[in-house]
Ligand binder design. Structure first.
Ligand code: FAD
Ligand code: FES
Ligand code: FES
Length: 495
């Protein structure tokens, strides 16, 4: 059943201080296409068209509890309609009306941070988002590196760009936020129902319900519509595979799915919670996960993509699933028929296949909170430290009492057709003394438990070898014998 064409609303957003209202924007038009081809704002560049280079970075602003929250995202894999009701900045919007450059632009000039200039608008926008979020907090080299983790430059070199990011706070303040902008956004939100009523359109519909009950009703009525969250996977189906959708159903406005709720025994993460926020919630309970969180894609992807999208997409090399499996997480699927809950690994039935029915959506991910005696780590092996997909991911959670493994829970990625639980290895560790003999035996079991394929990321043999090595590393870390700096360890393992 095709979605009724009349349901797509006009697209409205604030850009450069002005309210823009666009009619008849196709549901699958990307934000970058809209900027460059419809608004003729060509400062934003297209490099890879798949979220990898950052040339297309723009900044989005939304009011949350009356405060403006800004974030840098990749416009090439974002659907235009997803910015409805938001503030949007591109490189054209940063300089003051009198021509004074934004501190990010000025610092790049002063530090010679640009040569051919193709990447520069993207860097400027990531830096502008960092500048805005930092406020008066000093920007460090580390925070600059994080903020620029999704931007590539092929000619200048990163040192002058990082220097610029670190010194942009020296310029006179020039915030993106202003009372006038907040008023505009509030007015936009107030009039969302009235002015933005659906118009007759020849385009497939873009529907963005705000309540879970509405999402479920639409899902049941239109099972052929493409469900979309942050669009960091789906965006590539548009730009690279040129797929066309019968309609788009956006989950990211659904209030219930955007919530993080902390209970005594678990955290419930709504499926539409952005990766950045979802990892922040997980790190709050388990600070050792921070370096892993920082290695999931680059910041603009974490600012757009959701945890639910990662889980629902079901890629065997998806990074959050091995961790969530090891932590004993459950998922909750919802439909108009009700809810059903299951262990996360039970979702997957085959390569990128799930047991989700056509009328269901992933609603929540429930992650148990740490208990006394828990030892938990997650390791990602990839060719690059940042912005790269795993060749192998291994997550382990052990409960050790009086030197004995009382419970072992292990999730693995990159070694099977789906994210997987390492059941045989868990059994090999269960009720055994936590010592070198047990670990060496478990390493053999882990290497034998999976038959990973060889592909461009790694050979099957390498993957098997690395699995065992990571368990060894976990053992060493449990004995306090090695640094826990995962970046350093990756380098050693790859050497
Ligand atoms: C440059 C780049 C780097 C990346 N790096 C990594 C990485 O390091 N590790 C990693 O694991 N992934 C990585 N990814 C993949 C991607 O960012 C993640 O899988 C992300 O979590 C997807 O979330 P999303 O919200 O963008 O999903 P979307 O693209 O919106 O959707 C993905 C799939 O999930 C479905 N879906 C979304 N929400 C729901 C829901 N509530 N219920 C049912 N189905 C739903 C959609 O229908 C679609 O099939 C990367 C992607 C890019 C572009
Ligand atoms: S064009 Fe490369 S990230 Fe968008
Ligand atoms: S200045 Fe040329 S790619 Fe960065």
């Amino acid at each position: 059943m095709t979605l009724p064409k009349a349901q797509t609303k006009p697209l409205r957003f604030v850009k450069g201080g002005a309210l823009h209202t666009l009619h008849d924007v196709p549901a699958d038009r990307t934000l970058l296409e809209m900027l460059r081809e419809d608004l003729h704002q060509t400062g934003t560049k297209e490099g890879c068209g798949e979220g990898d280079c950052g040339a297309c970075t723009v900044v989005l602003g939304q009011l949350q509890a009356g405060k403006l929250q800004t974030r840098a995202v990749n416009s090439c894999i974002k659907l235009a309609h997803s910015v409805d009701g938001m503030a949007l900045w591109t490189v054209e919007d940063l300089a003051a009306p009198d021509g004074r450059l934004h501190p990010a632009q000025e610092a790049l000039v002063q530090c010679h941070g640009s040569q051919c200039g193709f990447c520069t608008p993207g860097f400027v926008m990531s830096m502008a988002a960092l500048y805005e979020q930092a406020g008066k907090t000093p920007i460090t080299r580390e925070s600059a590196q994080q903020a620029l983790s999704g931007n590539l430059c092929r000619c200048t070199g990163y040192r002058p760009i990082l220097d610029a990011a670190c010194q942009m706070q020296a310029s006179p303040p020039m915030p993106l936020d202003s009372p006038a902008l907040r008023q505009q956004l509030k007015a936009l939100a107030r009039s969302a129902g009235a002015d933005a009523a659906p118009t007759q359109s020849a385009q497939p519909a873009y529907l963005a319900p705000t309540a879970l009950a509405d999402l479920l009703a639409l899902r049941r009525a239109h099972p052929d519509a493409q469900l979309v969250a942050g669009c960091t996977d789906v965006g590539l189906w548009v730009t690279k595979q040129h797929r066309q959708f019968a309609g788009v159903l956006d989950t990211t406005r659904v209030a219930e799915l955007r919530q993080v709720d902390r209970y005594p025994h678990h955290i419930a993460l709504g499926a539409a919670v952005r990766l950045h926020d979802a990892f922040a919630a997980l790190v709050k309970d388990r600070p050792q996960l921070q370096s892993f969180a920082d290695r999931f894609a680059g910041l603009p992807v974490r600012n757009a993509g959701t945890l639910g999208g990662n889980v629902a997409n079901g890629s065997p090399i998806g990074d959050s699933m091995p961790l969530l499996i090891a932590l004993g997480s459950n998922i909750v699927l919802a439909s108009t028929r009700g809810y059903r809950e299951m262990p996360l690994e039970a979702l997957y039935t085959g390569y990128r296949q799930t047991c989700m029915a056509l009328d269901e959506v992933l609603a929540y991910i429930k992650v148990p909170r740490p208990q006394r005696g828990e030892l938990a780590r997650v390791y990602k092996i990839s060719k690059r430290t940042e912005d790269d997909i795993s060749a192998v991911c291994l997550a382990l959670q052990l409960h050790i009492q009086a030197g004995k493994v009382m419970r072992a829970s292990i999730g693995a990625g990159g070694v099977a057709a789906t994210p997987a639980r390492a059941r045989a290895t868990e059994a090999a560790l269960h009720c055994q003394p936590w010592n070198e003999i047990t670990v060496r035996a478990a390493m053999d079991t882990l290497r034998a438990e999976f038959a990973p394929i060889s592909d461009m990321r790694a050979s099957g043999g390498y993957r098997r070898q690395v699995l065992g090595n990571l368990l060894w590393r976990f053992w060493l870390e449990s004995q306090g014998q090695t640094a826990t700096d995962i970046h350093q360890m990756d380098l050693e393992l790859q050497a």
